[in-house]
Design a protein around this ligand. Structure first.
Ligand SMILES: Nc1ncnc2c1ncn2[C@@H]1O[C@H](COP(=O)(O)OP(=O)(O)OP(=O)(O)O)[C@@H](O)[C@H]1O
Length: 475
């Protein structure tokens, strides 16, 4: 069975004491889940190992025969400045520590250091190295404008630049062990993106999804952490929680913005400690899953009104993507329309209907509060009612007619930002400007423009004709 390696790069332990190498490896694996480890007893072979095994972090002893730790440190810094080196030495000498740090060591610990301090220092170095690699990957993707694994996004159709940047960003952080926060309105594809992140990560475990909206605190603990036998009346059997089921894989917590404050504390503790206790058990278990969380809520507002913990937010937001609403990516609408009509036709065992050419234009002027999910549902509804010939627009028009067309305060503010030093346009002029804008948005289609303006098509046609008459120069 293949095992997930953490971190993605190799960690090389160099020490001439074989027994120390064994116990140190064991400590790194049990206390920090680090299992991508190489060991080296003869410091003369270290440079070859660094090159052969894509080493990103070296944990180096100082006192060694043949080639001392200080000499090796200088060589690593010169030939592989990208590799972080932490000195883990039996020597408790301030001078040596200062000299190593000056020569380029990332940190210095003595072997008898408190275990937690040592592990925290090593984790810090791993995080820094992961961040450096992510930045490097992001730069590469930014300049090449290509994806290494487009297949991971095969189910997320888009030709929107913003979405493509999201894909590139996710590819560059895919191998990181750090958590990802996905925000975006309902139906924008957050769950589909979580699946893509999991596929890209190469993790061999499962993607386990839990919707935490409306879940009370004890149900949350039981669902995530599981319980021991006899933990409460009715717990006849021990049951593993979702954290364990996602071990070696990804745990996806959807609707995290709706999590109760009591459960937020538990989630924070899980992330801080990296371990948890099943209900009724005093044996801790390690968190061995990557966490992805998603919400359609505005977490800034929720932090401001005290309903979402700031410390939890900071833990979750190391990697964050915000998915644009469908109305903000109008070029995706024709693409998704074709895709969902085809899919609906296949599932309903029919041939795909012909799309009237004004349908994409109509939909590009609709706000889509339910985003991609809503478009998908409309397509299925339209195909199921279709009786041959050109697809009727009735289903889509009904959705547009039911839309809330009230202007939001922000839109109203933007609309009335008319420079105070300009004279106001007359009512007639304003109406003409509105008509022009509607015709532009409707791609010249009068019936769609009339809908946008809330008037009938003949009324719009009359208005346009009378304007033409006025514009014709008199002889
Ligand atoms: N770009 C896309 N291409 C194809 N299908 C998509 C795309 N985006 C979303 N979908 C589909 O739309 C539906 C809704 O997507 P998804 O469940 O991922 O949204 P969500 O943001 O998680 O919604 P919610 O906030 O309500 O949980 C799914 O069936 C998904 O497969």
């Amino acid at each position: 069975m293949s095992v997930n390696l953490y971190p993605a790069f190799g960690v090389l332990l160099i020490d001439d004491e074989a027994s120390f190498l064994r116990s140190f490896s064991l400590l790194l694996e049990t206390a920090a889940g680090i299992n991508h480890i190489y060991t080296c007893e003869d410091s003369r072979q270290a440079m070859d190992m660094i090159e052969k095994h894509s080493i990103g972090l070296v944990l180096l002893d100082i006192n060694m025969p043949h080639l001392s730790g200080e000499a090796l440190l200088s060589e690593i810094v010169e030939r592989h400045p990208e590799v972080h080196v932490i000195i883990v030495s039996g020597l408790n000498q301030l001078e040596t520590a200062i000299s190593c740090i000056r020569s380029g060591a990332f940190d210095y610990f003595i072997k008898s250091s408190e275990e937690k301090r040592l592990i925290d220092g090593i984790k810090r170095a791993i995080e820094m190295q992961e961040m450096r690699l992510e930045n490097q990957e992001m730069r590469r993707l930014f300049f090449s404008d290509t994806l290494k694994h487009p297949e991971a996004f095969a189910n997320i159709l888009t030709q929107d630049k913003g979405m493509k940047l999201v894909f590139q960003y996710l590819e560059s952080v895919s191998e990181s062990s750090r958590h990802v926060l996905i925000t975006g309105e309902s139906g924008t594809g957050k769950e589909a993106i979580a699946q893509a992140i999991h596929d890209l990560s190469g993790r061999t475990g499962l993607l386990v999804s839990v919707n935490v909206a409306g879940v009370d605190d004890s149900f949350f603990s039981d669902t995530l952490f599981g319980h021991a036998r006899g933990a409460f009346s009715g717990a006849d059997q021990a049951r593993s929680g979702m954290v364990e089921q996602a071990s070696g894989g990804t745990l996806f917590l959807d609707e995290i913005g709706d999590l109760s404050l009591a459960s937020q504390v538990k989630l924070l503790r899980l992330l801080q400690e990296g371990e948890y206790y099943p209900l009724g058990s005093d044996k801790p278990k390690r968190l061995n899953a990557r966490l992805i969380v998603a919400t359609h809520q505005n977490l800034d507002t929720k932090q401001a009104d005290g309903s979402f913990r700031k410390d939890l937010y900071y833990r979750l937001c190391t990697h964050q993507v915000d998915l644009p609403a469908l109305r903000k990516r109008p070029t995706d609408i024709p693409l998704l329309l074709e895709y969902f009509l085809e899919k609906a036709a296949q599932e309903l065992g029919r041939s795909k209907p012909t799309v009237p050419k004004e349908l994409p234009v109509l939909l590009q002027n609709y706000a889509f509060p339910g985003n991609v999910r809503e478009l998908q549902a409309l397509c299925f509804d339209a195909v199921s009612r279709h009786r041959g010939g050109i697809l009727s627009m009735a289903v889509f028009k009904r959705a547009c007619d039911n839309a809330d067309v009230s202007i939001s305060p922000e839109a109203a503010d933007a609309f009335f930002q008319y420079p105070v030093d300009h004279p106001l346009p007359t009512l007639q002029k304003s109406a003409d400007l509105l008509v022009d804008e509607a015709m532009k948005r409707a791609n010249g289609n009068q019936s769609i423009a009339a809908r946008l303006l809330g008037i009938s098509q003949p009324a719009l046609s009359k208005r346009l004709k009378s304007r033409k008459g006025l514009e014709t120069p008199s002889e």
